[in-house]
Design a protein around this ligand. Sequence first.
Ligand SMILES: [Zn+2]
Length: 182
Amino acid sequence: MNRQEQSDEAARLTEDFVRVIETLNSGRKVQPAVLSMMATLESYNASFDNVSQEDAQGMLEDLLQLLHLDLLQKQSSNNSSSEDEEADDSTVISEVFQGIHRSFVTCLATNTILSTSSDTFSAVSVSPNPPAGDSHLQELLERQYRPHMVLWECWKCGKQHQCSRFRVIIKLPQVLVVKLSW
Ligand SMILES: [Zn+2]
């Protein structure tokens, strides 16, 4: 899917989303509007050759991503008259829902940081430990962010070996979507 197709898709999704909100406000039956929005999301997913996106969280992520893209598009066309070179890629969606992770991979043998990277996220997935089903969210999140070992091509040692990887949240979103997966 190219950029143009993606922004068309985002515009379509935004219209669907607005229709859902309008229908909710009007008190009419919302199901047709929701189904139409889901169909747009599905066609967006299909164009990425993804397996059909069945879980609600994946759908929410796509919805947020497309709304974000469409708002960006509108913002940049509004700003095109000004000579402002500074690209602002934040929208109300990213401000509320988007956090930033920073990941570090460390060679424990030489105590060297091999790699750092940052990526944005709009949800954190945690897995409660069955059968002890009453873990606290705090513990689940701590476990999710605990360092763990990964096989890594270590440039310091010149070979592949187990290295420690950990992630920290450097920007917490205003609304953190937590997905419980079993
Ligand atoms: Zn190493």
